[in-house]
Design a protein around this ligand. Structure first.
Ligand code: ADP
Ligand code: MG
Length: 678
């Protein structure tokens, strides 16, 4: 199917520039990508209920005729209300209500049979359905796919486009899965799978299609990961003979927790083993990962090697740089910051220092990956908050040395078994203990009518010399988060807290501007920082004691947990205020969980349970590509099977060059290419 990935989506009938842009939002840019854009679920209209026996409050399909023509009324506020009375053979009347839909009166006809899909509600007097989906029974497919949609692009449009895309499949069509594997695992052909995932004749067809596509997706993922990791099996000449752990810990301004010591020891053993370290450190927010990273950087320098620490944002890189400068002060170890915003002169100095070896440690952003950055003897690579980085970027940094040791730090707690599967042969250290003296952050959920009281609460804290964050609502559509932040901050200053020093931080600011604000906040010159989620990652200001999050329902649990982790880092008791008016059950469940626990692993579990693994892993939590169909939790047995198959395949044919493996090779390179874009 490779050539269909090169066929722009505009080749489909009815897809012009406008619709193509909407498709872009869904990540679909080619006909091939559309075929790989699978439905999320199906509406099964093959079971039609008689109205009299249809379940209440549960979506179901009905087959009806109109008892009288649609009646329109205007209600207060100008809203158009259309009521239609229908019935079926069970002779039970049902009233349909539609809002602001002039189309109904024009198009719903007497003497035509319609299929409806919706929830029936009932009281003593009558049964009703509000805004059901409807279509002419004659032409309706028995099973309708439901796609992820975006405003202006409905599931039905996508279905029509997919139907046409299917007709463009080459005939005969090659299947990337070798037939031997298909036979062994009883998987259908790709053509059947694509046809039945988009336009199933019955649910069994959809199920067979799913099974095969999940298998293929996970197999390709495993192949890609194994090929990237294969470098780690090679022995390394990089051995840190000298154990510098005690020496380093003596320099720390605090006593390391036993979890930190354990992690440091596990890493140190790796560094001396003769094989490159490949380790993941998982630690909840505030568990002190930076000190572990610093210990390893110290070890590298004292053993005559260079180290690079890469962070996902400029703010975080700067913060790490200053923390490490503090820890390493007086050791003679020279370090440099390397970010996009250095002046030309600073940059020149940094680059030459790294190239001639006079600088041992580089702390930076992805600027570290640029072509001009060379190391004399890079022995250690650390990436922080790695879910922000693509796996490929991590590898690119490692590529600047000869099989250097690799440490990945992640604050996204993932259940251990899952982590081991995703990260394959990365070893795992867990920081399951917080430094002493922390009081858990008290969390409250409030509705927006209590906002004024919340501002009073903030003021009280500011009067005590403490600081606060307010996370502003994101405005969907636009990449421009500035409007919301500055409007919010201005109104706050003018109307609510004129006596507080209020600062702003948002993605549209240059990194210098951000740095200035961050510094002011860190030095206590700003009382309340109104910000977007740019503060989410790693910011460490111990004097901040209140985190107020607007539109809290818009964030996933893990992200809320990250945001909350910005407070509770100092001595003062801290509070997190979640502001939300969301009524839906799921949002409220999330608020309840946040209020009831501060355990990151529990929150991760709940997040998985509520959102489903597809979403959880879809949102780039770990630098893996978005899975289109498989769930890492729900499909664990397939995950294991494909791990096995992938290992065997690569053992037999590492570069996948044999003719029957070429299709797979194509899919693997496509995945790696997309990973690079991450
Ligand atoms: P994270 O794991 O979220 O990256 P940090 O490394 O930023 O956490 O550490 C959070 C805060 O805790 C920092 O202010 C750090 O100096 C402090 N800290 C780390 N380890 C200890 C410890 N063992 N005792 C006391 N404070 C510590
Ligand atoms: Mg951190």
């Amino acid at each position: 199917m490779p050539s269909l990935y090169e066929l722009p989506i505009t080749n489909l009938k009815g897809v012009g520039e406008t619709r193509a842009r909407l498709y872009q939002k869904l990540g679909v840019d080619s006909v091939g990508a559309l075929l790989r854009f699978y439905p999320r679920s199906y509406v099964d209209m093959s079971h039609v209920f008689p109205i009299a026996h249809a379940p209440l409050e549960t979506p179901c399909a009905l087959r009806v005729r109109l008892l009288s023509p649609p009646v329109e009324t205007r209600v207060k506020g100008g809203m158009l209300l259309t009521k239609v009375t229908v019935s079926d053979d069970s002779a039970f009347p049902l009233t349909l209500t539609f809002f602001n839909n002039p189309y109904i009166k024009r198009s719903m006809k007497m003497d035509t049979e319609y299929l409806l899909y919706g929830k029936i509600t009932a009281n003593f007097l009558k049964r009703e359905m509000t805004a059901p989906e409807w279509m002419q029974a004659e032409t309706a497919p028995a099973i309708r796919p439901v796609y992820r949609q975006t405003k202006g692009l409905t599931s039905r449009m996508i279905q029509e486009n997919a139907r046409q895309a299917l007709s463009l499949l080459p005939d005969p069509m090659r299947d990337p899965l070798p037939s031997a594997i298909r036979e062994q695992y009883q998987l259908c052909h790709l053509r059947y799978a694509l046809e039945n995932i988009h336009l199933p004749q019955d649910m069994l067809g959809a199920e067979l299609a799913r099974k095969r596509l999940i298998f293929e997706e996970l197999l390709v993922l495993q192949l890609a990961l194994l090929r990237m990791k294969s470098r780690s099996r090679k022995a390394s000449g990089i051995i840190f003979e000298k154990d510098t752990l005690e020496e380093f810990c003596a320099r720390l301004p605090f006593t390391p927790t036993s979890a930190q010591i354990r992690a440091m020891k596990e890493c140190t053993a790796d560094l001396r083993s003769g094989f490159p370290m490949n380790r993941l450190i998982q630690g909840d927010v505030g568990s002190g990962k930076t000190a572990v990273a610093a210990a390893l950087c110290y070890a590298a320098a004292k053993n005559g090697f260079q180290a690079a620490l890469m962070a996902p944002t400029e703010i975080l890189a700067q913060q790490h740089f200053s923390t490490l400068s503090q820890f390493l002060e007086g050791t003679g170890i020279s370090l440099t910051l390397l970010t996009g915003s250095l002046s030309a002169k600073e940059k020149r100095e940094a680059l030459s220092g790294l190239e001639n070896g006079s600088i041992s440690l580089a702390v930076g952003t992805h600027a570290l990956l640029s072509q001009g950055v060379h190391f004399t003897n890079l022995g250690l690579v650390i990436t922080d908050e790695q879910h922000r980085f693509g796996v490929a970027q991590r590898e690119a940094l490692a590529g600047k040395g000869k099989s250097p040791h690799l440490l990945v730090m992640s604050a996204t707690p993932i259940p251990r078994t899952l982590a081991l599967m995703i990260y394959g042969d990365l070893d795992l250290s867990v920081l399951d203990e917080l430094p002493p003296g922390r009081t858990p952050v008290k969390t409250y959920a409030i509705s927006s009518d209590k906002r004024q009281r919340a501002f009073g609460f903030l003021r009280k804290h500011v009067r005590q010399g403490l600081q606060c964050y307010i996370i502003c609502p994101m405005i969907e559509e636009s990449a421009n988060d500035m409007a919301s932040v500055s409007q919010y901050a201005e109104s706050l200053q003018k109307n609510w807290l004129p006596d507080c020093r209020i600062g702003q931080l948002h993605g549209k600011m240059s990194s210098q501007e951000k740095e200035v604000i961050m510094k002011q906040f860190a030095q206590g010159e700003i009382d309340i920082l109104v910000s977007t989620t740019v503060v989410e990652v790693g910011m460490d200001v111990p004097n901040a004691a209140v985190m107020m999050i607007e539109n809290a329902e818009r964030y996933g649990l893990s992200q809320l947990h990250q945001l909350r982790g910005r407070v509770g880092r100092g001595k003062a008791a801290s509070t997190c205020i979640l502001v939300s008016d969301a009524q839906n059950e799921e949002a409220q469940a999330r608020m309840r969980i946040m209020c009831s626990t501060s355990d990151g692993f529990r929150i991760a579990d709940e997040d998985l349970r509520l959102r489903g693994p597809g979403d959880f892993f879809g949102s780039r939590q770990h630098g893996l590509p978005e899975l289109k169909i498989a769930g890492l939790l729900s499909d664990t047995s397939t995950l294991r099977e494909t791990q096995e198959v992938a290992r065997n395949l690569l053992r037999e044919d590492f570069s996948l060059e044999q003719p029957e493996h070429r299709g797979l090779r194509g899919e693997v390179s496509l995945l790696l290419k997309n990973l690079g874009k991450n």
